[in-house]
Design a protein around this ligand. Structure first.
Ligand SMILES: [Mg+2]
Length: 123
């Protein structure tokens, strides 16, 4: 079964440039995606309406840059040898920690949140 992280991994390993580049270069490119997403917000702060993405015209640029961040992050972690289970477990652990913090807590608990998402599983 294909999952989001499998798709990202397959995309990444089929890209020779990505497969050969060093991890710090991967992180540099991830950072550039964050900058691109930030640029979309800066444009909106100036009153510019969200732009349609040049390459994916069914979506605005902000959500496509968010997708780039997720794709690059998952591709990086999978390339570094972490499994989907490692990543899902780390996300779950971090959500649980975040929801244990008083400044993050509203009414839901981490268990409620995770349960509402269908439990711990693939991404
Ligand atoms: Mg981008």
């Amino acid at each position: 079964m294909l999952t989001i992280s499998n798709i990202c991994h397959l995309t990444a390993i089929n890209n020779r440039k990505f497969a050969a580049q060093s991890p710090w270069k991967d992180l540099t490119l991830l950072h550039s995606e964050v900058t691109e997403m930030s640029d979309t917000l800066r444009e909106q702060d100036k009153g510019v309406l969200p732009r349609v993405d040049d390459h994916c015209p069914n979506f605005n640029n902000e959500v496509i840059e968010g997708a780039d961040i997720i794709i690059r992050t998952l591709g990086y972690l999978l390339k570094r040898g972490y499994t989907e289970q490692n990543i899902a477990g780390a996300i779950t652990a971090k959500l649980q920690f975040n929801y244990s913090r008083q400044d993050h807590v509203k009414e839901a608990t981490a268990a409620d949140l995770i349960e509402s998402l269908g439990g711990v599983g693939g991404l």
